[in-house]
Design a protein. Structure first.
Length: 528
């Protein structure tokens, strides 16, 4: 390690590199009083980690924003960085555990709506062959026996505070066969979606095979959200396709169950709240104190939702991805940056709040585990007069890494106290929710599947609420689609349509004019 003075000067240079107007960096200089905010704080910590080849906590700048104390803490961490374990979870074989924070939120919905489909996750896939019902049922049973989450029950029902995993073979699943020839398939999918689950007895997964004469059959899987998230659907679909006609592989060495995750989260919750407090306090402040965010209209309360979409062709998407790779950014990071730029151009907001869902499977023990892992989080995207597309996607990519530090807990738990201090609610911080959705249907397996696209109208009835979602969908042909889902309301439709136009123009502009500020004017609809 180099001398203490060298560490201080290297850190001083990094501070100056991320602050727009750093001035003189003295021992008593405060990062945030020099113009720092949540995004360039995350960017600073990413650069510190690279500079010193060390895995330092990204919240450090929010805990120690005064330069002298920041330098001292970095020095201490660099001296201690060889100590400690890798922090990965291990499989414990637990069969009972408390509810996770995600499940507690879902249980609140159960208590609010009673026996309802509000927490049912449904996916429909078109099959490449007409399956043998007995073989299909056996394949689904083997998948249920493989994944402990699919054998989970809640003995207390909607009032449960604990969950229990039943032994393999104890919960028997069935695949209902229905001939729907000449009938509305959408109506049949809804019919299955509306059948409630019994939390006490289980199972909380079921299948329905819809036969359509000479047309390809459709398999519909229904899972309760308490035991599965979007990634879980992809895992279950892949395992089911592989298990058709042959038993699936075992869970794999070191694989953790959702109950292992629940035990770990309960042990870490207090520390995560404490460690993240500085970061989230700054995020809430940045969003609440931006007066232009008041120009973002509130999504109307509705139970009817419609969709609109923009699509980038394969060549255009390939060019965008090539440019993004140079900034260390993914499709999702680029879409977040474009959405933030669009909200900024629409309203003048300098800090844009974009809600999202994090997959929350960075621990290798959970990468192929089924469960309600996904957690809500929030991007606070700062945009200045000189911010370029490259600046924006680089900052968003760095912020993704920051958010993953707190992925074990939902956004509401992380920000509720800080939001209350400023007399707002967590939902007041979100201008738009943006997520990424990969096709759940695997190809080239024992049971060929193709996920049924549902873009023109929502497949399932909505739960009354306020909703303004943007879903990023990478398509198999290399295209990139962005689908907005929003309340069926004329004013909302006009606002979201304008936003989609700005996003489409922004994506084209990112590759055509990567060094021009995103706030600069361009021809409506496309980059000029």
């Amino acid at each position: 390690m180099r001398g203490d003075h060298d560490i201080q000067e290297r850190l001083r240079a990094l501070w100056q590199g991320v602050l727009d107007e750093p001035g003189e960096i003295r021992a008593d200089s405060d990062f945030f009083r020099l113009g720092g905010h949540s995004m360039n704080g995350a960017r600073l910590m990413a650069r510190v980690c690279v500079e010193f080849d060390a895995d330092l906590p990204l919240e450090l700048i929010f805990r120690e924003p005064v330069f002298g104390r920041f330098v001292a803490r970095v020095r201490d961490l660099l001296q201690d960085r060889t100590a400690g374990a890798d922090g990965h979870a291990t499989a414990t074989g637990a069969t009972e555990a408390p509810l996770t924070a995600q499940q507690r939120a879902l249980m609140a919905v159960e208590q609010l709506f009673g026996t309802s489909p509000a927490n049912t996750v449904t996916v429909a896939v078109e099959l490449g062959l007409r399956p043998d019902p007995a073989v299909l049922t056996a394949a689904l049973q083997s998948v249920v026996d493989r994944h402990p989450a699919l054998r989970t029950v809640f003995p207390g029902g909607a009032a449960a505070d604990r969950q229990t995993v039943r032994p393999p073979g104890d919960l028997r699943v069935a695949v209902e066969i229905a001939d729907v020839s000449g009938r509305d398939v959408r109506r049949e999918v809804i019919r299955g979606h509306l059948v409630p689950f019994d939390l006490v007895t289980g199972p909380l997964v079921r299948g329905r095979l819809l036969l359509r004469g000479t047309d390809a059959p459709i398999l519909v899987l229904h899972l309760h959200h308490l035991i599965a998230d979007g990634t879980s659907v992809a895992i279950v679909s892949a395992d089911l396709a592989a298990a058709y006609g042959a038993p699936p592989a075992g869970p794999g060495a070191g694989a953790g169950s959702y109950l292992d995750y629940a035990v770990r989260q309960a042990a870490r919750e207090t520390e995560l709240r404490r460690a993240s407090a500085g970061y989230w306090r700054t995020v809430v402040r940045d969003l609440v104190t931006d007066p232009a965010r008041a120009l973002v209209p509130l999504s109307p309360l509705s139970a009817r939702f419609v969709r609109g979409a923009v699509r980038l062709g394969a060549d255009e998407a390939a060019a965008l991805r090539g440019w993004a790779r140079g900034h260390g950014a993914t499709d999702f990071a680029v879409a977040v940056a474009a959405a933030a730029a669009a909200v900024h151009r629409h309203t003048g907001a300098r800090t844009v709040g974009l809600g999202t869902l994090l997959e929350n499977r960075s621990d290798p023990a959970f990468r192929r585990s089924v469960g309600a892992f996904a957690t809500s989080s929030l991007f606070a995207v700062a945009i200045g007069d000189t911010t370029t597309p490259g600046d924006l996607v680089t900052a968003v990519a760095a912020q993704v890494d920051t958010l993953r530090q707190w992925a074990d807990l939902p956004l509401e738990l992380l920000v509720e106290a800080h939001a209350a201090d400023l007399d707002v609610t967590p939902s007041d911080l979100v201008d738009l929710v943006i997520t990424i959705e990969h096709e759940a249907a695997p190809a080239g397996t024992g049971l060929p599947m193709r996920q049924i696209a549902d873009r023109a109208r929502t497949l399932l009835p909505g739960v009354p609420g306020r909703l303004r979602n943007l879903v990023v969908r990478p398509l198999r042909g290399g295209e990139l689609e962005l689908v907005a889902e929003y309340a069926d309301d004329p004013a909302e439709s006009e606002w979201v349509s304008g936003l989609l136009g700005e996003i489409e123009a922004g994506l084209a502009r990112f590759t055509r004019y990567p060094d021009r500020p995103v706030a600069a004017p361009w021809t409506a609809g496309r980059a000029g």
